[in-house]
Design a protein around this ligand. Structure first.
Ligand SMILES: NC(=O)c1ccc[n+]([C@@H]2O[C@H](COP(=O)([O-])OP(=O)(O)OC[C@H]3O[C@@H](n4cnc5c(N)ncnc54)[C@H](OP(=O)(O)O)[C@@H]3O)[C@@H](O)[C@H]2O)c1
Length: 426
């Protein structure tokens, strides 16, 4: 049994179990002290004397998840792996989109869930995290069912687990993993932004890390993307403008913060009436309302004098196409191009003068070097209070409440906030 008495006691949750309570809305700053890392007492540290656990199974595409109580607790298969008792699950759009549109499901029945926070209950001696550590895990390796978040226990690798400092909110921390990884890889690998030049809390130069990898270890389908920022003239650097369409998404909030840390000038496209205050707070240089798309294009072109070189879309193919039209499509005299990165799709037709990117998300779990650099930086950003966490809507009721929460996510009710499901009290 591991004791971590240094942590403050977990505040009582809503008495009602298995129902969703949305009255508890916890912006990070307000809830930080209330939901600091819990005292993981006998009640929540398991005796792993059992071999089965609760899990949410997807039994067929376009169906709701089914709660089962006899799913095998996953086992550690190599020295890099740890076992985590899950305390909170952050919900991502993919959690409902995958089943609804039948993608990202390797086989059936399957366990989904991409973001979790929990306590390490088993770790090898060479692990960078230890038993008793509270960690957040972006579970990008969705093809490994053992690593999914919709279960009581999950496997992770130590290089994909970031320790949550005791001062930070564990539930809010459960909500940012995948968004952080996507933002770091999009800016740092695809667009070549050098985080080592950040003054406050410097991070890795991910392009350098990638260039030191054995090329043969990089999966074929992301190899081109991993080396797309190979030339210095193509890389985004401090002072450059970047436009983010979908800045009020969780990924957008993180991308904005990382871009500002590195000195970029950021144009944020979002519903400004709803999200403008938060975007200003996080450092947005220009706000553009998303609802009048023609006007949005004009504003972006006007602000950048028609010279915009970098844009990230976080909504879909249609908005990526609008954003594409704001980029300067002239090839510069040094041979460099404008760059459009789509997290959720890219325009159907491509312009030869532009460079198009997707995010090489699997690099996070495929490369221990990249994974470790990213989680170490995330730990430092959390520890130094440099990164503001997403605002969250916390739901009680454990795994059994996830179907209802995903319905709210699908309807857009969560607008600008992450839904986080508490498992510590269920
Ligand atoms: N490729 C990858 O590896 C990867 C990784 C991470 C995320 N993603 C994708 O990125 C997308 C965002 O993910 P997320 O988790 O960050 O999202 P999220 O936090 O759930 O995003 C919700 C936000 O999207 C905004 N939104 C909806 N339609 C919009 C539009 N037309 N223009 C601008 N904003 C709009 C909503 O704004 P309102 O409040 O105004 O409605 C809301 O604030 C998802 O499609 C996700 O699958 C992909």
């Amino acid at each position: 049994m591991t004791a971590i008495s240094a942590y403050a006691p977990l505040a009582p949750l809503n008495e009602k179990q298995h129902t969703i309570s949305f009255q508890e809305i916890y912006p990070e700053q307000r809830s930080e002290t209330v939901f600091a890392n819990p005292n993981v007492s006998d009640a929540v540290i398991p005796h792993l004397g059992r071999s089965t656990q609760q899990a949410l199974l997807l039994k067929a595409a376009r169906e709701q998840y089914t709660l089962v109580t006899d799913h095998a607790i996953p086992t550690i298969l190599n020295k890099d792996e740890i076992l985590v008792k899950i305390l909170a699950v952050g919900l991502n759009p993919i959690d409902w989109k995958g089943p609804a549109f039948n993608f990202g499901i390797p086989s059936l029945p399957w366990v989904n869930g991409r973001d979790l926070a929990g306590i390490v209950v088993k770790a090898g001696t060479s692990s960078r995290v230890h038993e008793g550590d509270i960690v957040l895990v972006p579970s990008t390796d969705y093809r490994d069912i053992r690593k999914a978040a919709f279960q009581e226990y999950a496997i992770a690798t130590h290089f994909n687990a970031a320790r949550i400092p005791s001062s930070r909110n564990i539930h809010a921390s459960a909500s940012l993993g995948v968004a952080f990884v996507a933002s770091a890889l999009a800016l740092g690998v695809s667009l070549g932004l050098d985080f080592s030049l950040v003054t406050k809390c410097p991070g890795p130069s991910l392009t350098d890390v990638v260039h030191q990898l054995d090329v043969n270890t990089i999966p074929v389908d992301i190899k081109k993307e991993c080396f797309s920022a190979v030339s210095d003239v193509e890389r985004v650097t401090s002072g450059d403008w970047i436009a983010i369409w979908g800045a009020s998404t969780t990924t957008g909030y993180i991308t904005l913060q990382l871009a500002k840390l590195a000195g970029l000038r950021v144009i944020c496209v979002a519903d400004i009436a709803r999200h403008g205050a938060r975007l200003v707070e996080l450092g947005a240089d220009v706000l553009v309302d998303r609802h009048d798309t023609d006007r949005a294009k004009e504003i972006i072109r006007g602000v950048t004098n028609g010279k915009l070189r970098y844009a990230i879309d976080i909504v879909g193919k249609d908005t990526a196409t609008i954003l594409e039209a704001t980029l300067d499509d002239a090839v510069r005299s040094d041979g460099s191009h404008a760059h459009l990165l789509g997290l959720t799709g890219l325009p159907k037709e491509r312009k030869s003068s532009l460079t198009y990117h997707t995010v090489p998300i699997k690099l996070f779990h495929e490369s221990s070097q990249v994974g470790e650099q990213i989680v170490c930086w995330l730990e430092a950003l959390l520890q130094s209070d440099t990164l503001q966490l997403p605002e969250i809507i916390r739901t009680d009721g454990g795994l059994g409440s996830i179907n209802a929460s995903l319905d709210l996510l699908r309807e857009g009710t969560a607008s600008g906030k992450r839904i986080v499901v508490d498992l510590a009290s269920s």
